[in-house]
Unconditional design. Structure first.
Length: 252
């Protein structure tokens, strides 16, 4: 059987246009897909960004090496056609064994797609630098197994996975709910944002400070408590390592 000479691209599904939704953030950090690709640190491999939020067409799964679904400014239960189409695509990717990672909205969409329940946070939106705790089931996991038992992460969300899907493994939690899941052998979702640093999160919170304050968030305290989160950022790099390992195995 011939070896692959050209690696298949990683596919990033972009659920929002940062330059439109948060122009002050986009002006400094670039668009959502760019932020994710920098965090993956896979400059040696090809990547394609598809704006699912703009109804751009999705490539056949056999043409990609992995899939990352970004965060979004919408909710997974919103009756928006692109959300349903993307959910179908993610289901097919997971069932086909394509390495898949959902971030925030992407995590929630995977959970809902496979039978979990996503709902608004009872305590109000979770923004800022938060503490995440690994579960015992995360031992040996490719994404979370090497993280400290408790680590810091950047958070920016209004809803959370309340009930995981049947068969999914809960890898991390905090006081607000499920923070990481594994779906099958090669698919994961994380509620936090491993692609964010504290500077990017600061710009987001500052941009929507009035809205967050109206929802009960103590924005001055949240901003004051922002701090770097290198252990969370490492989760995204580990997904890049999974892609490299799979490509190496196929080429061997």
């Amino acid at each position: 059987m011939p070896r692959e000479t050209t690696p298949k691209p990683l596919l990033v599904l972009q659920g929002e246009m940062m330059h439109q939704s948060l122009p002050s953030v986009g002006a400094v950090y670039g668009d959502t897909g760019e932020v994710i690709l920098r965090g993956l640190a896979i400059d040696d491999r090809p990547a394609t960004v598809v704006m699912v939020c703009e109804d751009e067409p999705l490539p056949p799964l056999e043409e990609v090496s992995g899939v990352v679904m970004s965060g979004a400014a919408v909710m997974v239960a919103d009756p928006i056609p692109w959300i349903g189409r993307t959910a179908d695509y993610l289901r097919a990717a997971v069932e086909a064994g394509v390495p898949t990672l959902g971030l925030c909205f992407g995590h929630q969409l995977l959970a809902k797609t496979f039978g979990g329940h996503v709902a608004p946070l009872e305590a109000g939106p979770e923004y800022g630098t938060v503490t995440i705790e690994r579960t015992a089931e995360s031992a040996g996991d490719a994404m979370l197994g090497q993280a400290p038992a408790r680590f810091l992460a950047q958070s920016a969300h209004h809803q959370i996975v309340v009930t995981p899907p049947p068969g999914a493994v809960v890898l991390a939690r905090n006081a607000n709910g499920v923070q990481a899941l594994r779906f099958g052998d090669a698919a994961w979702g994380v509620q936090f944002h491993p692609e964010f640093d504290d500077g990017l999160n600061r710009l987001i919170i500052e941009a929507i400070a009035d809205k967050l304050a109206g929802l009960g968030v103590d924005t001055p305290a949240t901003l004051a408590a922002l701090t770097p989160s290198p252990d969370a950022a490492a989760v995204l790099r580990r997904f890049g390592a999974v892609l490299r390992a799979r490509a190496a195995a196929k080429a061997a």
